[in-house]
Ligand binder design. Structure first.
Ligand code: GH3
Ligand code: MG
Ligand code: MG
Ligand code: MG
Length: 308
């Protein structure tokens, strides 16, 4: 360990230093409490061994000052020829962790150093575990909002986002657009190509959606199964339909074969757009239901299109 040894007595300093060096520790030397503070800041020692009675600044004062300013706990052991119950009690109250009688006994010193090292290591491990826990917690929170297959926002996150945006657009008197998207004749796609290919297809469509959004405030979510929702704050119906058309073209350009489709021979999307400036009467669910109605019309009138 890197030991900061502080003692005003040159003789005691030499004896303690010799003991510590023999035990294999690295030693930094100081002569009073003021130096203890400075050397502590400069060297960041693993442990401090400090005489109590010293000129300029006593050991207890230095310990108090270190405890007030440290960002990382360091064990402090007092060394003193005064070894009454009151001295020990005052030393611990000042922030010390142990109290050793002078003249030092090397074996006792070695044992106390070992005990302090053990506490230090335990404390370090606790800090590491708590950091790991915090990181795991952040990751859990993130995962709770993400759809596992596509990496898009999931339904849970989307509901929260939509509710928030309905309130915000209502306050700002801004239009809010919702686009419901559904893969055309996906049941026959799965039946013919298999579920794994079906999953691949869902992932490709998800990428098309997310890469088509230009504004950081827009959200693409997997609504469920082969259905997706786009939440577009401060977006007019006209702009939402331009985006839907762009997505339709982009899906086409992926050229995912769908031999069994009655629409065309590749995978297509139908979309329903709903737009309105939210009023206090409108809820997120209303936007979803009305966009879904428009989607139904797109399905009824030939699929592979966006209807508002
Ligand atoms: P429509 O054009 O009217 O939308 O026809 P459709 O066959 O797409 O509609 P339907 O809702 O009847 O079928 C959707 C199918 O999507 C049913 C289900 O097997 C499939 N599906 C839903 N979720 C998943 C998924 O996570 N992976 C795969 N591979 N298929 C899914
Ligand atoms: Mg002294
Ligand atoms: Mg569907
Ligand atoms: Mg479908």
């Amino acid at each position: 360990m890197k030991v900061l040894l502080v003692d005003d007595s040159p003789v005691d300093r030499v004896i303690s230093e010799a003991f510590l060096l023999e035990l294999g520790h690295e030693v930094i030397l100081g002569e009073n409490g003021q130096q203890a503070l400075e050397l502590y800041r400069e060297h960041n020692p693993d442990i401090i061994l400090m005489d109590e009675v010293m000129p300029v600044m006593r050991g207890h004062e230095a310990a108090k000052a270190i405890r007030e300013h440290e960002d990382n706990w360091v064990p402090i052991i007092f060394l003193s020829a005064r070894f009454t119950a009151e001295d020990i009690s005052a030393g611990i109250d000042a922030g010390g962790d142990d109290y050793l009688a002078k003249p030092l006994d090397q074996q006792v010193l070695a044992a106390k150093m070992k005990a302090m090292e053990r506490i230090s290591n335990m404390r370090q491990r606790l800090i590491e575990v708590s950091d790991e826990l915090e990181a795991a917690n952040v990751e859990l929170k993130r995962l709770a909002d993400v759809d596992g297959l596509t990496g898009l926002a999931n339904r849970r996150y989307m509901d929260r986002f939509l509710k928030h945006e309905v309130a915000r657009c209502s306050r700002n008197n801004e239009p809010l657009s919702v686009v419901m998207c559904d893969i055309d004749e996906f049941k026959s796609y799965n039946d013919f190509y298999g579920h794994l290919k079906g999953d691949d297809c869902i992932r490709v469509i998800a990428n098309v959606l997310i890469s088509s959004l230009k504004r950081a405030t827009d959200l693409a979510a997997r609504f469920g199964g082969e259905e997706f929702a786009l939440i577009l704050p401060n977006t007019t119906e006209k702009d939402a339909k331009v985006l839907a058309e762009k997505i339709r073209a982009k899906v086409k350009s992926q050229n995912i074969m769908h031999e069994k489709s009655s629409v065309v021979s590749h995978v297509t999307l139908s979309m329903g757009v709903y737009n309105e400036v939210p009023t206090s009467m409108l809820r997120g669910d209303d936007y979803l239901n009305l966009a879904d109605k428009a989607l139904y019309h797109a399905k009824q009138t030939g699929r592979n299109k966006a209807v508002s």
